[in-house]
Design a protein around this ligand. Sequence first.
Ligand code: NDP
Length: 473
Amino acid sequence: MTTISVRNPRTGETDAWITPPTGEELDVVAARLRAAQGSWAGEGIEARMQRLLRWADAMHADLDKIAAALEADTGRRRVARLEVQGAVASIRAWAASAPMLAPKADWLQGRSNPQLKHSGQFVPFGLVGVISPWNFPLTLSLIDAIPALAAGSSVIVKPSEVTPRFVEPLARTIELAGLSDLLAFTPGAGETGQAVIERADLICFTGSVPTGKKVAAAAAERLIPAFLELGGKDPMIITETADLDLAVTAALRGSVVSTGQACQSIERIYVARALHEVFLAKLIAGAEAVRLNWPSIEEGELGPLIFDKQAEIIAAQIEDARSKGAFIHTGGRIESHGGGRWIRPTVISNVDHSMSVMTEETFGPVLPVMAFDTIEEAIRLANDTDYGLSAAVFAGTLGDAEAIARKLDAGAVSLNDAALTALFYEAEKQSFKASGLGPSRMGAAGLTRFFRRKALIANTGAPLPLEAFKEEG
Ligand code: NDP
């Protein structure tokens, strides 16, 4: 296998290299994980959670090292630390809740036939394959891996080739916790992702819609389930009665945090016409106050674009909008600093759905704003998309916001805030339309989706003889 070089998002320089495994090497890893999985599942969930808590402690102790590697991967410091802290907190939260949430079944007497009684066994998938993207490299590698391990599966993770540096310090903590035979990371690009699909019993994929389709097709070929968490084009509706300042705060954070490189970013805003001008003015002022985290990574709110090719996609969408008559009020230009590429928060008005910035995933801090005249129009516009990941509604009361939210075709809706699924993991949600497939990774289903239910059906009397089905009867 050839070595893959990795670009640093702040310097533009190649400063890391990964070597994907050969097929034979991956076979060895998969066999090791499979061999350990049976006794792991047999340990019981309390014992498994104790082992995972040791891992959380090891991760906490190495927070600085893992965060430093993630910082090099993503070009941002604060969010890198938050990712590690979030992973530690996630293990601890699962440790507290998983033993209660793990499904159990009693023996029940049959209703249709009281001679029969039935129970169930919940059997974890053997080897779970996780394929993760570059935008939150640690979080999205572990968000499925932790509950899969808790359920009793072993896990192989293929992180993005764009952001692989965090794996080395993380692997040390996995080893320290004695989990190396149950959780392995494998470096590589798309080919290695396919190789993981060929060896796993279930795939958890987070990434773009086009790659998600390839993953689904490969999984279908093997008849294994694929849980797909894909892209979005999240709308935000702001009604005439909304608190304008709070709406601006939520829109700005929902769009700009992590440089808009988040699936649940706010990517289009529909605002009541009566508020349009003043909302726009406040949003522009907020956008202009955002600072790059360059030259010092210790200041500012906005990191570089992690994946340099994303810059072309963002620039092309802005140019498409400009060429069709949109006004770019602020931002709008890819900037190069010290070898990295940045884009400042970009507020756009006079937009419509003929523009790609209103219909295609941007994955950057771009806020196109469109006025609406009626709530029905706002709902129609918000639903006019191939995506259905999440959405946001700001209204004068939560009741008004809820009434609109119930009509939106999306898997989660933030009421009087934006992008709450990034901050709150307890509410179950599924992706609608092209934004994904499979059960919720949030809430209790985040754990229970890793079990297959086996039925145990017992006959308390004599079995039926063949004569019971004879034609003469
Ligand atoms: P990609 O779809 O490009 O890649 C995701 C992962 O799939 C990477 O590890 C990638 O490897 C791998 N991969 C690429 N080709 C294949 C293949 N043929 N078979 C198997 N695996 C493959 O997504 P990005 O990394 O660009 O991430 C951004 C996307 O992720 C956005 O669309 C975003 O909305 C979505 N996302 C969705 C979330 C959700 O919860 N719904 C959360 C966060 C992001 P490599 O990178 O090494 O090529």
